[in-house]
Design a protein around this ligand. Structure first.
Ligand code: FES
Length: 139
């Protein structure tokens, strides 16, 4: 179904005011049609997907540690807020690797945070190349 009422191109959208995310904290926002986790590192804002890749825990209930990683509230996986890479797995395991969280460009202008959301084409490309870890049976 064609969604004419939503723009298809990559664009910047207002996410929240800078004061809505405390320094060293996180906040989940809904921008355009996408869920985004914003992190405030001393006035620099970063944006990524708000779910933990291990078991989809909501990262807005986690906290940001000294290495600029959000720590998952469920099993303590650490995800770099700048790159979306997980730097340690669940329960502090070093070997576990998961798909990195998607990151979004973010910028601040006049006390407001803007995020450049993904276009429909980017989302389609991502899922086209996504490796599904299971197969339908040939029954
Ligand atoms: S759900 Fe996040 S580490 Fe398990």
């Amino acid at each position: 179904m064609e969604r004419d009422w939503l723009p298809k191109a990559k664009e910047w959208y207002f996410a929240c005011k800078t004061q809505d995310v405390p320094a060293g904290g996180v906040r989940r926002v809904h921008v355009y049609d996408q869920e985004i986790l914003l992190t405030n590192l001393d006035g620099d804002f970063y944006a990524m997907e708000p779910w933990c890749p291990h078991n989809m825990a909501p990262l807005e209930f986690g906290h940001v540690d000294r290495s600029a990683c959000v720590v998952c509230p469920e099993h303590a996986m650490k995800i770099d807020v700048k790159t979306g890479e997980n730097v340690c797995g669940p329960y502090g395991s070093s070997g576990a690797k998961f798909e990195p969280n998607w990151t979004f460009p973010a910028r601040v202008e006049n006390g407001r945070v803007y995020v450049r959301v993904k276009s429909d084409d980017e989302i389609e490309d991502y899922y086209r190349n996504f490796e599904i870890p299971f197969k339908a049976t040939d029954a």
